[in-house]
Ligand binder design. Structure first.
Ligand code: NAP
Length: 481
């Protein structure tokens, strides 16, 4: 999503000497990799598009994964990118030296470039649970981001570990199959029900004919999201009270059995973990073929999941809906900045950047959707658009000779992250739950202020936050090791 966007924007700015490297054989990122049953986007589809390329033909309020994948493929085709992207070519090395980046790819190609934009995404490194005996399981087992479509779940004893956004979508879908499903829940989740409206052909045709209606729809969804969920998580009391009421009411009204309801009731504030948007999850959990298991998992055996009470849950299939490693970003790329410093060394103490994008010591390198982007509050496409415009402004300053290299200072990174930390105390993410938002120190890698503030702060780069004179780099260029 971000790579396509960046290529479009660069070309619009007259920068046409671009190489787009893609490890896979298709565009699509998240939507290419996640093909699990029920995969959909819980941000309303009409605002989950590029601002310059509305789509009047979404089938539902919450678009399904394959439709979103089609959308990105179509945009890439329309923009003539599909023919230029270098598919099946991963960047293995990316080394900076004396004003240039030297890249080596999995096909053995070498590139020398002025700028590198890492549009490698956030939630794409599957996190496999550290449970003893995981590899000894004798049935079929896979992570949700690596769905095995060859296995028919009907008639099978299926276990699923996790109850995050992904698991809830999977459970809502596969519970309707004729399978025996055990849901292993470590922590209950808050769920808000927003009905998934289906658009009729007539409505789609009307939206196609009437772009201003489409634009209004997009604005309304954006307004609603910003003023409810986004504000609720960043400390505004009234939106938080509203969203909490919605989640609690949903649980109370949807789950009839008080014992099941109690087991599905979280013990932390609404929004502390990523809120689940689903009008189907509770219904799925009350099907006769679905069993909720809340006893901790002890181990995995050849037969299935062994819980702490000594019981073995015999399974044919085990689905790991255990999330992602959000701090891995561009890894396993061998990324080295100034003086050969690796990204692991730069981030040894903490995964941080200046404005999520710029890492001191890594000049002319932009990490799109890096740490502390406002993920989890809003549409990720809108985030990429703001960051892309900001990056273009920085590149423009470099082209006009106002910066020798685009590199945030260490001091700017420190001040920026202090500013973020100062805002975290009032957010809901620090109110006593564990989530993928938190880094190893328990600090949320999120944006703690409003969406409007984030946009405003990206309007103009603050020149004082960037290295004004690049260190002396007159020594001869060296190729990547
Ligand atoms: P996740 O939110 O990180 O959830 C992982 C789940 O696995 C949690 O329930 C977690 O339990 C459980 N888990 C992990 N390790 C475990 C272990 N060893 N034993 C037992 N349980 C374990 O991952 P996700 O559901 O894939 O979602 C990640 C993010 O992707 C979401 O928060 C969202 O931002 C995004 N997403 C978005 C959409 C969308 O519609 N836009 C859809 C899917 C995903 P604990 O809670 O106890 O840690």
């Amino acid at each position: 999503m971000t790579g396509i966007l960046m290529a479009i924007r660069l070309r619009e700015a007259g920068i046409t000497d671009i190489q787009i490297l893609e490890k896979a054989d298709r565009v699509g990122g998240t939507w290419r990799e996640n093909t699990y049953p029920g995969v959909a986007c819980d941000v309303p589809a009409h605002m989950y598009t590029y601002s310059f390329r509305a789509n009047p033909r979404w089938s539902h309020r919450f678009a399904h994964g394959d439709e979103i994948q089609d959308y990105f493929e179509q945009v890439a085709r329309e923009q003539g990118l599909s023919e230029t992207i270098r598919f099946n070519e991963a960047v293995e090395q990316c080394h900076y030296h004396a004003g240039k980046w030297y890249l080596k790819t999995s096909k053995g190609s070498e590139l020398e470039v002025d700028f590198v934009v890492s549009a490698t995404g956030i939630l794409h490194h599957p996190a496999y649970p550290d449970i003893p005996g995981l590899d000894s399981f004798g049935g079929e087992m896979w992570h949700t981001a690596r769905w095995n479509h060859d296995v028919d779940l009907r008639g099978k004893r299926v276990g699923i570990i996790g109850t995050g956004s992904t698991a809830c979508q999977v459970i809502s879908e596969i519970s309707a199959l004729d399978c025996d499903l055990t849901v292993f829940q470590r922590t209950a989740q808050w769920v808000v029900s927003v009905p998934d409206k289906e658009y009729s052909e007539q409505e789609k045709a009307s939206l196609s004919r009437n772009p201003s209606r489409l634009a209004t729809l997009r604005r309304r969804y954006a307004f609603a999201l910003r003023n409810t969920f986004s504000k609720a998580v960043t400390g505004s009391k009234l939106p938080h009270a509203l969203v909490s009421w919605m989640a609690k009411r949903n649980l109370r009204k949807s789950v009839r059995d008080p014992q099941l309801r109690a087991r599905l009731t979280p013990d932390y504030p609404v929004g502390c973990k990523r809120l689940i948007i689903s009008s189907r999850f509770y219904e799925a959990m009350q099907r006769d073929n679905v069993h909720l298991e809340t006893t901790a998992i002890d181990s995995i055996s050849e037969q299935g999941v062994v819980t702490a009470d000594g019981k073995t849950h015999q399974l044919d299939v085990l689905i790991l809906a255990t999330g992602f490693k959000p701090f891995d970003f561009m890894r396993p790329m061998d990324l080295r900045g100034r003086d050969g410093v690796t990204i692991d060394e730069a981030w040894k103490k903490k995964v941080q950047a200046y404005r999520s994008l710029c890492i001191p010591g890594f000049p002319n390198f932009f990490l799109m959707l890096g740490p502390n982007s406002p993920i989890g509050n809003y549409s990720v496409i809108a985030m990429s658009e703001v960051q892309t415009d900001y990056v273009l402004k920085l590149i423009d300053l470099w082209r006009r000779g106002e910066m020798a290299t685009v590199e945030a200072t260490e001091d700017a990174r420190r001040r920026y992250n202090e500013y973020l930390k100062a805002g975290m105390g009032k957010t809901v993410w620090v109110r006593g739950c564990q989530s993928w938002y938190l880094d190893a120190d328990g600090d949320p890698a999120m944006w703690p202020y409003s969406w409007e503030q984030w946009v405003a702060e990206h309007q103009q780069p603050a020149l004082g936050d960037f290295v004004r004179e690049a260190p002396d780099e007159a020594e001869p260029l060296r190729p990547a090791a």
